[in-house]
Structure formats: structure tokens, C-alpha cells
Design a protein around this ligand. Structure first.
Ligand code: CUA
Length: 370
């Protein structure tokens, strides 16, 4: 079959940029101005929680930055997609033109190239300056912290440590409290995998990385109760890894902290064992203990630590590794304090990231191994 040589494209010269360019530009500009006004002045609570009443000093700068980016981002989107549609329509192929008709290629439009280089450059430089100002506010606070506290993330709870407290508070039972109006330094770390500490109303989040301490500086500005969310996928229960933050007047905060000092000291090491769930304990055991302990076999079946079958009724091993009787309370205490002795080392509850509920569940599981 003979090949038909394709005919050369027919080039047609087009003049100008179409009759509707100016009115169309006016319409796009009106849309952009309307969006800008809405973003700046409407309370956009669905975009920014507590937008009209930000809960931290840093929220003010971050919200302004967010609005700046939204206004210019939407303008760029609307002009670019609007003109793309406009020119596609104005320079469409007419029915009387050949199928391979093309427009005149444009080269060297110095004026156009000047403006499309200058405008984005100026915009990005302004954005950079704005970002640096806000970033500096957050990372280099002007006043010294009135309170430094620690957050340690675990699979799957948050541990809160306060100065003067002999033990930690664990979510979800334990809440994080902060005094309003005081500069706070929060030191954030992780006991296992990478998590993320996030308080949406503060507009601040920080990665919780094992072996690393990250820092958040914040002055809470409004009393209230806020959600703390883990915003980095950290395992099967990531979605329920949440906690509560209470921001309250400084005198109320002080009263809370002194109460916790007494309460935590009184119950240090004591874990409420009632309601422990052996099934949940098995899951925790598999996740956190099974690297070192075997649940099957005899007490002698050692991996790194002893096998734990018949923990409570093995005639050959009537005592726990620390010499205590194998009562549920003593097993719980061993989990709380950890162990260091001739046969090895077991980390304590902080290092293992065990909440009260985890310990109750683990004890229920361990005493069920018969
Ligand atoms: Cu912790 Cu996701």
C-alpha cells in the first residue's frame, strides 16, 4: 500500500489576543478579589479550627501566613486555568480550517518573559521573608520559658512529664495541662517509633523521633480544652492515639500541679489491676514483650528474658525473677519498675511505653498463662 505523505501543517496567522481578553481579565480579577476578601475577613473555621479565637501566640502569624498563601495560590490557579480555557476557546480550530492547522509559533517576547520572571520572583521572596519572620517567632521566643515540660510519645499513648512530678501522666486517662499566658517550652521525644505531637488550635506540631528531642515554644492564649493528635502514622492504633490538653489560668494550673504531685507520689508504682483484659494484654505482649519473652513453653524457655508460661504456678520457679511471690500486684510492680539483676535487664514502664491500662491488661494475660 502506498504511503500518503502527510501534508505540511498549515500555519495561520492570528492577530491580537481575542476580543474578550480585557472583559475576561476583569471577571477573573473580580473573582480573585472576592476570594481574597472572603479568606481574609470571613471566619473560616472549617479551614482553621478556632480561627477567630486562636489558642496560642504563634497561631496569629501562622494564620496570616496561611491566608497570604491561600490568597496568592488561588489567584495563580484562577488566572492560569482561566486563561488556559480562554485561549483554548478563542484560538480553537474553525470548521473551515484544515485539520492540521496550527497557530504562528512565538519566539522572543522579552516583555512577556520579563514579567513572568519578575512577578513570581517577587512573590516568592516576599513569601520567604514572611515565613522567616513567623518561623523565628516560634523557634526563638523572646522571653524565657516559665515552664518546661516533656512529652514522650509511645505506641499508642502520650506520656506527660512535669517538673517535680515523681511519675508520668499517661493519656488517655492523664491530661496535659498548661497555664495560659505563660511562655512554655515543650520537649518532645518518642519511646519507640516516629509519632507527631499536634495541637490543631495552636497551629503547631512537632515530630516525636526516638533518640531525638524536638522543641515547641508556645504561649497558650485562651483557656479551654483542646485535642492532642498523633499526626504521623505509627502503627495499627495510630488513629486512636489522642490526648486532651487543658489550658487554664496560672493559679488553677499551679493547684492542679501540686495536686498531681501528691496524687502521683501516693500512687507511684500502683496500678489499678481490676478490669484488665487478657485479650488486649496478649496484643500488647506480642507488640512489646515478645522480642525478649516467650509466652509458650516453660518458665525456663528463655529468649533474652525467661519464658513466661506458668508464671504464677511453676513449682520449679515459685518466685518472680526479683524474688517476690508471683501475685498480680508484684507482677505489675515488676512491669512498672523494670528489673536489673544477674539474669539481665528489663526496661521499666517508661522505656517500654506501658500505660496503666497496658499493665493491667498484661497482668491479666500473664496470670492466664497456665
Ligand atoms: Cu503515634 Cu500515630
Amino acid at each position: 500500500m502506498a504511503r500518503v505523505a502527510p501534508s505540511a501543517p498549515q500555519i495561520i496567522a492570528t492577530k491580537g489576543i481575542g476580543p474578550g481578553f480585557v472583559p475576561f481579565t476583569i471577571v477573573l480579577t473580580i473573582i480573585n478579589v472576592a476570594i481574597a476578601l472572603a479568606v481574609i475577613y470571613l471566619p473560616l473555621n472549617f479551614l482553621l479550627p478556632q480561627e477567630s479565637n486562636p489558642a496560642s501566640d504563634s497561631a496569629v502569624g501562622i494564620d496570616a501566613l496561611f491566608k497570604f498563601m491561600t490568597v496568592f495560590g488561588s489567584a495563580i490557579t484562577i488566572y492560569v486555568s482561566g486563561y488556559t480555557a480562554y485561549f483554548a476557546w478563542v484560538f480553537r480550530r474553525r470548521p473551515d480550517e484544515a485539520i492540521n492547522t496550527v497557530g504562528v509559533p512565538i519566539h522572543d517576547a522579552p516583555k512577556l518573559e520579563f514579567w513572568w520572571t519578575l512577578l513570581p520572583t517577587v512573590l516568592l521572596v516576599v513569601l520567604m521573608a514572611f515565613t522567616i519572620v513567623v518561623w523565628k517567632q516560634i523557634n526563638f521566643p523572646t522571653s524565657a520559658a516559665a515552664l518546661t515540660m516533656e512529652v514522650v510519645a509511645h505506641q499508642f499513648n502520650f506520656e506527660f512529664r512535669y517538673p517535680g512530678l515523681s511519675g508520668s501522666l499517661y493519656s488517655p486517662q492523664g491530661e496535659m495541662h498548661l497555664p495560659a499566658g505563660k511562655p512554655i517550652k515543650i520537649l518532645i521525644s518518642s519511646g519507640d517509633v516516629i509519632h507527631q505531637f499536634w495541637v490543631p488550635e495552636f497551629r503547631l506540631k512537632a515530630a516525636a523521633v526516638p533518640g531525638l528531642v524536638t522543641e515547641l515554644n508556645v504561649t497558650p492564649t485562651h483557656n479551654g480544652r483542646y485535642d492532642i493528635v498523633c499526626s504521623e502514622y505509627c502503627g495499627v492504633n495510630h488513629s486512636i492515639m489522642q490526648a486532651q490538653l487543658v489550658v487554664e489560668p496560672p493559679d488553677k494550673f499551679d493547684a492542679w500541679l501540686s495536686h498531681e504531685r501528691v496524687a502521683v507520689a501516693a500512687t507511684a508504682g500502683q496500678v489499678q489491676l481490676a478490669g484488665g483484659d487478657a485479650g488486649a494484654g496478649k496484643t500488647t505482649f506480642t507488640a512489646k514483650c515478645s522480642a525478649c519473652h516467650n509466652a509458650a513453653g516453660s518458665y525456663d524457655q528463655k529468649i533474652v528474658g525467661p519464658g513466661l508460661n506458668h508464671l504464677t504456678d511453676d513449682p520449679a520457679h515459685p518466685k518472680l525473677v526479683n524474688g517476690d511471690d508471683p501475685s498480680p500486684e508484684n507482677i505489675a510492680m515488676l512491669l512498672v519498675k523494670g528489673y536489673q539483676g544477674p539474669i539481665g535487664v528489663m526496661p521499666n514502664r517508661q522505656a517500654n511505653g506501658l500505660s496503666d491500662a497496658d499493665i493491667a491488661n498484661l497482668v491479666a494475660y500473664l496470670i492466664s498463662l497456665k
